[in-house]
Design a protein around this ligand. Structure first.
Ligand SMILES: [Zn+2]
Length: 193
């Protein structure tokens, strides 16, 4: 007995893989990802693999550049989300306010920094079925959308540091200058993506 070509392909799509994470200074992190013009089975597979990779790395979000693919796809799963959020060709259409928040990136392992982010954002894009979606976001979701859409444009959070001294090694023995601020941020509200 054997699987038909079609079954074999369906079987392959169902297999989900954790993809290798691309880390700095990999040039793929500095390139602009291309718009997805066709939400093909290979894009669906990419989405599934990205979700698996994000969970495996304990990230809140992930952009396709981070797994070496220059397509405009991001996935986000906040601590309270039951299902991951998928955005294809996401765009920020409004950014309001300014705040300093702590952030980490799966592509810059071992470091965290204090960055400037918006208080509220509006974004639009497509879901994995190709349906247009719009989202009004604040707090962690706003930060996630800004961080991940930045990735698609080749921008990293280290480009947005409040100042250059506001980057520190995780679990550094020496407390960073903003230790008090950090202690006010509950762990579940800290961003890595
Ligand atoms: Zn990142």
């Amino acid at each position: 007995m054997g699987l038909s070509a079609c079954d074999a392909q369906a079987e392959r799509w169902r297999k989900v893989s954790v993809l290798p994470m691309h880390i700095v200074p990999d040039s793929v992190l500095r390139e602009r990802a291309k718009r997805v013009s066709n939400i093909s089975p290979s894009i669906q597979k990419l989405i599934d693999d990205m979700i698996e990779t994000m969970r495996d790395s304990h990230g809140v979000g992930l952009a396709a550049n981070q797994v070496g693919v220059l397509q405009r796809v991001i996935v986000i799963q906040l601590p309270d989300d039951e299902e991951p959020r998928v955005f294809i060709n996401p765009e920020l259409i409004k950014q309001e306010g300014e705040r300093d928040v702590e952030e980490g990136c799966l592509s810059i392992p071992g470091y965290r920094g204090l960055v400037k982010r918006s208080v509220k954002v509006k974004a639009k894009g497509l879901d994995r079925k190709g349906k247009a979606v719009r989202v009004n976001a604040d707090e962690l979701l706003a930060q996630a959308l800004e961080h991940e859409i930045d990735h698609l444009n080749g921008t990293l959070y280290i480009d947005r540091l409040v100042d250059r001294t506001k980057l520190w090694k995780e679990e550094a023995e020496e407390a960073p200058q903003n230790q008090e601020e950090r202690e006010e941020t509950p762990v579940e509200a800290q961003y890595t993506g």
